[in-house]
Each structure stands twice: as C-alpha cells, then as structure tokens.
Design a protein around this ligand. Structure first.
Ligand SMILES: *[C@@H]1O[C@H](CO)[C@@H](O)[C@H](O)[C@H]1NC(C)=O
Length: 439
C-alpha cells in the first residue's frame, strides 16, 4: 500500500512537472527581418530588404532558457533577438511546432516608428503630451501566423536603443484568421489585445478600429475611442463590440448580428495606444449551399423515343462557383452520370446570392433508360453537396407490363366494338335500300 502511494505521488509530481515544462516552452523562431532599403528619397518607394533573423521568446526577463541555443550559420548574429512576452501570447503551441517539423509558423518583424495618429477616434490619446522620452528606443512590430492557420498575432516591442532584448508592450491576437459562416448566422471575428501595464503609455487609454477591405472596396466598420468612451459614426448596421469584455479583458471581437453575402472579405482589427498601433488581418467567408428544385415535377409519363426536358434550378448560394450534374439510377439500382446538361450563366439576387440552372434533354431512345428510374440533379458547392430527384416512367418499353397488356386488350375490345357497330349500321341501311327497291 505504501509503495502504491509512493508511485502515485511520483506520478503526480511527474505530471505536474510535465505541465509546467509545457506551459513554459516558448519557441525559438526563425523570422524575416524586413526593412525599407537605406538611402530613401528618390528612386522606388517600397523597396525593402529582408534578412533571416532568430527570435528567442521568453515570458520572464530573468529566465535564461532560450539563449543557450546556437543560431544557425545562415543567420547574422546581429539579427538574433530575445523577446520577453509576459502574456505568453507568442508561446502558443501553434507557434511552436515540434523540433524538426517541416511546416513552420510564419513570422516577420519590422522596425516601427512610434507616432501620434490624427484619426478622430485616436487623437484623444495623444492630445496632452509631448512625445515622452520613453519613445526614444528601438521599436519593432512583429506579425506571426500559427500553423493551424487560425491564429494570428501582432506585437509591438521595445528595446533600449542598441540592445537586442525586446519587451512586448502591446500584442493583439485573433483566433479566427479565416472564418466561415452560413448566411444569416451571427458571426464573431475574434480580436483580443494585451497591454503591458507597467509601460507609461498604458494609462492614457486605447482605441479600437475595425475596417473592411476587399478588392478596392474599403469601409470603416466600427471605431471606438476607449479613452473618451465614444463610438464613431459609421454606416454599418448590425456590427457591435462587447464593451464590458473590451474594457475588462481587452476582447475587441467584432460581432456581426447576421451574416450577409456582402460581409465576405478581409477585416482589419487595429488597436491603438498613444503613439503605437498593432493590427491583425483576417478573412471572413460567407458560404451558403444552394437550394434545388426540379421542373417539371413529377415528370410526365414518357413513351420510348420521346424526349423530355428537365430543368434543375439552384438558387440562394454563395460564393461562386457551382458544379451541376445529372445522375440516373435505373431499376438495377446502379447510378450513372448523364453529364451536366446545358448549364446557364449565373444570376445574382438582391441579397448577393447566386442562382444558376441546368436543362437536361432526356432522350428515352438514346440514353438507355429502360423502364425509367430516378433522375437526380447534383449540385457540388463549397458549402456542401445538394441533391434533388424526380421519377422517370417510360411506358410500353420492350416486354409490356400487365397494365400495358390490359390497356391493349381494352383498345382491341373498343376497336372490335367499333368495327361491329359500323358494319352493322352499314349492312342494316343496305337492307333497307334493298327493301325499297323491292317495293
Ligand atoms: C471574445 O468574445 C467573443 C464573444 O463575445 C468570444 O467568442 C471570444 O472567444 C472571446 N475571446 C477571448 C480571447 O476571450
């Protein structure tokens, strides 16, 4: 019994040790250091250089863990940095793949120049002061994307001039880098930020801005001045923030009441501190599969050799494209393709959804449809596959069925009666004529 409890205790200690070891493994990340080419002014704007760099991440300025690792030979030692991130945002497992993984998280750092913003909802943050001396340092912005393609982190970090030890001052995280929603559902685009409370800028408040940007179409969705507690006027309806969560936990997630097709696109969440800003960019896709209907339904009875036109209408879907096909399942239960038919162009409805149709010529003599079966319209869409079916009945095909035989007997009887009747009236009247002649 004593031995058992010892083993038990040991294993608990091992488990606790394991958990601790996990929670404090922060990555050593390879990263692109990108900056504008020196000697600007004239020449091409936007020319940049990129160099490989290495970031040792730690949560505590006093821990030495990271630095024991040697930098790879292709990295200039002057581009090796130590970054202290007390919130451990950069220690997320998605940014820290197991050693030797081929897939690596994406990472880029750039020099950052703190400056006041003149945006209406940000200006209040810097209205009082001259630039504080605190700003005289080396500043970087960093952007990181996790392996799962859902986590995105941006940071603003500061190092005393000339040193390589950076402290994260502001970090902003999204867990919905590529979000998807059905039409009409509520949508949450995740965006949270963390501010180092010991930095002198943090007491002056923050501002949050959500912007929509897609193919030349840009608009302000929402802007909030957290210092003045003031929301800017925008024309966007049904978009909001949870202000309590924002002030208490830095949760600046955008809540869309009801997903519409026009909501598809790129969103930028920007968090401002005085002189600083960080942003994450995420994509929202509104995906709605089509509803299908077949005309005519039910299909009229067909006789061999007849051609029936069947139409399948797919409506209310987004985005393009849609793939339409026809299938046939005969009496043997086997399905085969009848091709795509004549597919129409797509039309867009007032709500942004699309519709498209396909017409199939069912030539009963050519398609080997037997006595009929099930004709199915199949629509393959990013939101899922949809099907609609009608029953096809071909009458009088090869060996006649009982109904067909009875119909034939009926027709024969009617014909027989008709002939009898005609011949009776004819011979009858002839007789009368003959009698008249006799008279
Ligand atoms: C922020 O709030 C939204 C809903 O209001 C929630 O879905 C999301 O998980 C929150 N994010 C964090 C990091 O707590």
């Amino acid at each position: 019994m004593a031995e058992f409890s010892t083993i038990y205790k040991l294993s608990i200690i091992a488990v606790i040790g394991f958990i601790q070891a996990c929670s404090c493994t922060c990555p050593v990340m390879e990263c692109w250091f990108v900056q504008e080419k020196a000697g600007r002014g004239g020449g091409l704007t936007g020319a940049t250089t990129q160099e490989k760099s290495l970031l040792h991440i730690r949560t505590d300025a006093h821990s030495e863990t990271a630095e024991t690792q040697r930098a790879p030979a292709d990295i200039n030692p002057s581009r090796v940095y130590v970054i202290t991130d007390p919130a451990a945002t950069l220690c997320h497992p998605s940014l820290n793949p197991p050693r030797g993984s081929i897939k690596k998280p994406q990472c880029e750092i750039n020099p950052f120049l703190p400056q006041p913003s003149s945006l209406k909802w940000v200006a209040s943050l810097t209205e009082s002061a001259l630039s504080p001396i605190y700003l005289q340092a080396d500043w970087f912005s960093g952007s990181f994307q996790g392996l799962d393609e859902q986590l995105g982190v941006s940071t603003i970090s500061r190092a005393p001039s000339g040193t390589k030890e950076h402290d994260v001052i502001l970090s902003i995280t999204s867990k919905t880098m590529s979000a998807k929603s059905r039409l009409g559902d509520p949508v949450t685009l995740d965006c949270s930020f963390w501010v180092d409370q010991s930095n002198p800028l943090s007491s002056s408040g923050f501002a949050v801005e959500w912007r929509y940007q897609t193919r030349g179409d840009g608009r302000l969705v929402l802007a909030y001045d957290g210092k003045m507690d003031r929301l800017a006027d925008t024309h966007e309806q049904g978009a909001s923030l949870d202000f309590e969560a924002l002030h208490e936990r830095g949760n600046a997630s955008l809540l869309l009441e009801e997903a519409k097709v026009r909501h598809s696109g790129t969103y930028i969440c920007t968090v401002y501190l005085p002189y600083l800003l960080a942003q994450v960019t995420m994509d929202l896709q509104i995906i709605e599969p089509p509803s299908l209907s077949i005309h005519p339904s039910p299909l009229p009875l067909a006789v061999p050799g007849q051609t029936l036109n069947v139409q399948c209408e797919a409506s209310g879907f987004a985005p393009l494209p849609l793939e339409l096909n026809w299938e046939f399942k005969g009496a043997d239960g086997k399905s085969r393709s009848l091709g795509s038919g004549s597919v129409s162009g797509h039309r867009q409805a007032w709500d942004g959804t699309y519709s498209q149709s396909t017409r199939l010529e069912l030539d009963t003599s050519k398609l080997d449809l037997g006595r009929g079966g099930e004709v199915t319209c199949v629509a393959v869409h990013a939101g899922g596959t949809r099907r609609a079916s009608v029953t096809l009945n071909v009458i009088g095909f090869s060996s006649p069925s009982i109904e067909d035989s009875m119909a034939m007997v009926g027709v024969a009887l009617v014909l027989y009666g008709l002939i009898k009747f005609v011949s009776w009236t004819f011979t009858g009247s002839e007789g009368k004529v003959k009698m008249a002649e006799v008279d």
